[in-house]
Structures are given as structure tokens and as C-alpha cells.
Design a binder for this molecule. Structure first.
Ligand code: BGC
Length: 515
């Protein structure tokens, strides 16, 4: 039935490898552990998996600090394990996407280790090295997402280097053609191994414009965001005229697209990005010859608003992309509090309604145009875990700002598979890298997959039904949103079918009717 490419309507299951399934009892999830659970994922009826970074890395930001883009971190296994994973996934009909981090690498990457030595080594210009101001201060007022200045000092060069995240994540200098070539070689390495696409991490934070670096301006309409991380000083600045979304980045997206297009089989490039004007940034990134789609933050950031706020969040993205599959929605991921709990809090609902709320949100996002990313555990309605003691916390961002902001451990605790097994079946180790949540045990994955009425099975049934709906599978067109203060209603429209989709936040039910 479908005339769309696979990625234009894909439901993509995001795996956070460290917390998915531990096959070798070291308390940390790994690639073999993922392979063991591919049947479970495929049983849901999703189209693809996206695996967060598993490359060599000192794990300061749990893999988003890469020290070798073409090898596997020993915690997670080996390249042979990856080959076995991809072979099994493809046998089950699942596409495999991996997470490339192009904006920065680890300070332990040999590129940076060489670059920081002197001002005249072969990699001297691979990062952003800038002289201090005359008074010794940092070159610009740019702040790091994780708090503090975006510049750190290197005594050997007597210069500052740029990092948009941790100081151990130096930004690569994309104005240097050699850097771009090195990264497109990385893309080829993984395409040659059979991957079907990339989630491109934080592409708006790629820096490539040459000095003079411009200061960020202050937001004149700053209001404290609803998410605690939005209450940090970083969010008081406008970034798109200085630090982020620099025009030069598009050389990168065009180079990556050229590589993707040189392979058969509709390779998919999905860019994670944000900006002062996210719609504009998404449009720029998805122009002809650039990325296929962008990962939209509107639903991830929806917390504390009412249903009308949710409508606005959806509409602002849809208005710009209706008729295309250039948009990926997600309610949850490894960076934000789990959606079920977040929305219950926001709407003042009771924990007993968590499963119904989760299913409603899943059906809603999957019914929108474009692709959808669901995060491991959403299919089980797992709650956000907010009682991890400080000494067990792992996320450097949370450790810095707890207890006001708990960071990202709350959504990263290990998956649970069997209620009656040690560590909920995640691992046989004495201790797991983050504690397994007691509260999750009653919703263990393999147990739930055996219960007819579980969220897992209701979602599987929904995905199966969706595949037979031309309005959802053969066109990416939808009407404007309507409904009263507690409803979201829209039509999905194809040449042969119009499907009215209604999501009721009072009864926490979804209904679909052909009209
Ligand atoms: C990833 C985060 C990571 C950051 C820096 C993000 O957008 O999703 O987990 O900390 O990029 O790489």
C-alpha cells in the first residue's frame, strides 16, 4: 500500500545500551544483551531501532563523548557483537540506526590529545582554539548546556578551547575540511557494516564558522522554563546569531547526505536539533540535499502545560512540515523525565492512570505525520525514577545541580525483564550501574509481553492495525487540530481514506473513525 519511504512513517524504538540488557553480568547493558531482546522489540511491531552511542568512550557523558568512532567500548562488547546484532535485526525486518556524535568528541580522542599539545601540530586546527581576551577572560559569553562557560583553558597552547557540553567534550572545528572528511569516513565505516541510518547528535551545536566569534545576545522575553534544565543561565541567551545553528554547518549536512545517497536502500539521516527558532532550523537542515528529517523537541518539552499547550506544540511543528515525512516526534528519550509521569504531574492526575496516559501518548505521537521515536520502557509505561540517592547518581549534569535538577538518571535506570529474577532480569551482577527501580518490577518487559491487556500488547495491536490504514501509511497529510480543552482531534488524509483521530485526555482514551 505504501508509497512512502520506510523512514517517512517509521516507528523507531530507542535503546539506551547501558541500561537495556546485561549479557555478561557486569552490571552494564551491552550489545549481546540487545541482540537477546530483539524478538521482544520486533514483537511490538516497530520498524527500526536506534541505539544510543556504544563507541569507545571514557563514558563521562555515557557515550556522547567518543574516543574512537569506529570501535566498540569494551563495556558493550565487540564489532563482532555488533555484526551479530545487525544480522539478527535485519532477519527480523528491523532497520538499525546508530547515533553519531559529529559536533564534539572526547578529550581522550587521539585527535584532541594531539591538538592540545601545541599550536603547530598536524591536528592543531581540528578544534576551536582561541586566544584569551587582553584581560585573560574567555573569548565570548557562550555558556555550556551543562553549566558554566563553554570555554576551557589549555596551558600548553595558552588558549581556550570550545565545548558546548562538558569540558571533556571539545567541539570539533567543522571549518576544517579534514574534520569533515574524517567524519564522513566514519559514516562510510558504519554504512559498510550495514546500518540503515543515523541519528545525528546535537547537530545545531556543530561549530564551523571562523572567528571573530560573536557574543550571544540576551533573550528579552526570557521566562523560566517548565523543565528544570531550562532554568539554567544557558536558556537566558539567544544562540542562533552566535554559538548555535551557524550557517557553515550545512556543509556538514550536505556532505553526510552525499555519503548516504551513495548507498542503496534509502539510508536515513535524522538530525537532533534545536534553536531560537526550531522550525526555521529544521527547515534549513532539511532543505534539498541535506538531512532527511529532524528530531523535534516540541513534545519532549511538553510538561506542565494544559492540553491546549500540547495542541500548540504539535501544530507549530505540523504547520511547517505537513505533507512531508521530514519530522520525527518523541515524547521521551534518555535526556528528559519519562513522559507518562511527566504528563500525570502536569495534568494533576493520579499514578493509577499512568498506563492509560502512556498508551494515549504513544497512540497520539504515532498517529502524527512523519516518524516517531519511542524510548525503551514507554511500551511498559515505566515511571520516572526520582529517588536515586545522590551517591548513586551517575549523570554529571544531575550531580552538579541536584536536588533542584536531578539530571537524566531518572529516565536511564535499567530495564526490567522478569519480576522474579535478580535485578529484574536486567543483570546477574551484584550491583548495576544505576539501581533497578523497585516500582518498575510489576511491569517487567518479558512478563508484560505475555499478558494480553498489557500496554506492550495494546501498543502492538495498535501498530498492527495502523499498518492497514492507508491514511497513516501511504501519505503524510493531516488536518489542523481541533477539540475542546481536553481533546485533540485531527484527520489523517490519503487519496483513499480519511481517518478521524480523537485523543481524549479526560477519559484517557483514543478513538479512530473512517469518515
Ligand atoms: C544527547 C545528550 C548528550 C548531548 C551531548 C544530546 O543531545 O542526546 O545525551 O549529553 O547531546 O552530546
Amino acid at each position: 500500500m505504501s508509497s512512502l519511504k520506510w523512514w517517512e512513517s517509521a516507528v523507531i524504538y530507542q535503546i539506551y545500551p547501558r541500561s537495556f540488557n546485561d549479557s555478561n553480568s557486569d552490571g552494564i547493558g551491552d550489545l549481546q544483551g540487545i541482540t537477546e531482546r530483539l524478538d521482544y522489540i520486533s514483537g511490538l511491531g516497530v520498524d527500526a531501532i536506534w541505539i544510543s552511542p556504544f563507541f569507545k568512550s571514557p563514558q563521562k557523558d555515557f557515550g556522547y563523548d567518543v574516543s574512537d568512532y569506529c570501535d566498540i567500548n569494551p563495556d558493550y562488547g565487540s564489532l563482532d557483537d555488533f555484526d551479530a546484532l545487525i544480522a539478527k535485526a535485519h532477519n527480523l525486518g528491523l532497520k538499525v540506526m546508530i547515533d553519531i556524535v559529529p559536533a564534539h568528541c572526547s578529550d581522550q580522542h587521539p585527535w584532541f590529545e594531539e591538538s592540545r599539545q601545541s599550536r603547530d601540530n598536524p591536528k592543531a586546527d581540528w578544534f576551536h582554539w582561541v586566544d584569551p581576551n587582553d584581560d585573560g577572560t574567555v573569548p565570548t559569553n557562550w555558556l555550556s548546556f551543562f553549566g558554566g562557560a563553554a570555554w576551557s583553558w589549555e596551558p600548553r597552547r595558552q588558549q581556550y578551547y570550545l565545548h558546548n557540553f562538558l569540558s571533556s567534550q571539545p567541539n570539533l572545528n567543522h571549518a576544517n575540511d579534514e574534520v569533515r572528511t574524517a567524519l564522513t569516513d566514519v559514516a562510510r565505516f558504519w554504512f559498510d557494516r550495514g546500518v540503515d541510518g543515523f541519528r545525528l547528535d546535537a547537530v545545531h551545536t556543530i561549530n564551523g564558522d571562523i572567528p571573530p566569534y560573536k557574543n550571544n545576545l540576551a533573550k528579552d522575553d526570557f521566562v523560566l522554563g517548565v523543565l528544570p534544565q531550562q532554568q539554567q543561565p544557558f536558556f537566558r541567551q539567544l544562540h542562533d546569531t552566535g554559538q548555535l545553528n551557524q550557517p557553515n554547518i550545512q556543509k556538514f549536512s550536505e556532505a553526510f547526505r552525499e555519503v548516504a545517497d551513495s548507498y542503496d536502500g534509502d539510508k536515513f539521516l535524522m538530525g537532533e536539533l534545536h534553536g531560537d527558532d526550531p522550525v526555521l532550523a529544521s527547515r534549513t537542515f532539511t532543505q534539498e540535499g541535506r538531512l532527511h528529517a529532524t528530531y523535534n523537541f516540541n513534545l519532549l518539552e511538553w510538561a506542565g502545560l494544559d492540553v491546549n499547550g500540547l495542541k500548540e506544540a504539535i501544530s507549530s511543528a505540523i504547520d511547517a512540515f505537513n505533507g512531508t515525512g521530514r519530522l520525527t516526534f518523541a515524547f521521551s528519550n534518555h535526556d528528559v523525565p519519562r513522559s507518562g509521569t511527566r504528563q500525570l504531574d502536569a495534568l494533576g492526575l493520579d499514578i493509577s492512570q499512568q498506563e492509560a496516559m502512556q498508551l494515549l501518548l504513544l497512540k497520539l505521537e504515532i498517529s502524527l505525520i512523519g516518524s516517531t521515536c519511542i524510548y525503551q520502557g514507554e511500551e511498559l509505561a515505566l515511571s520516572d525514577v526520582r529517588d536515586i540517592p545522590l551517591h548513586k547518581m551517575q549523570d554529571p549534569w544531575g550531580i552538579e545541580f541536584a536536588p533542584t535538577f536531578l539530571g537524566r538518571d531518572t529516565c536511564r535506570t535499567p530495564m526490567v525483564w522478569r519480576a522474579d529474577q535478580p535485578n529484574g532480569g536486567f543483570s546477574n551482577a551484584n550491583e548495576t550501574w544505576l539501581p533497578v527501580a523497585e516500582a518498575h518490577l510489576s511491569r517487567a518487559g518479558l512478563d508484560e509481553a505475555e499478558k494480553d491487556a498489557s500496554v506492550y500488547n495494546q501498543m502492538a495491536a495498535f501498530l498492527k492495525w495502523r499498518k492497514s490504514q492507508p491514511a497513516m501509511m501511504s501519505a503524510n497529510q493531516m488536518s489542523a487540530l481541533s477539540g475542546d480543552d481536553s481533546q485533540i482531534i485531527f484527520d489523517r488524509i490519503s487519496d483513499t481514506q480519511t481517518l478521524r483521530c480523537c485523543f481524549d485526555f479526560k477519559t484517557l482514551t483514543a478513538s479512530f473513525e473512517e469518515i
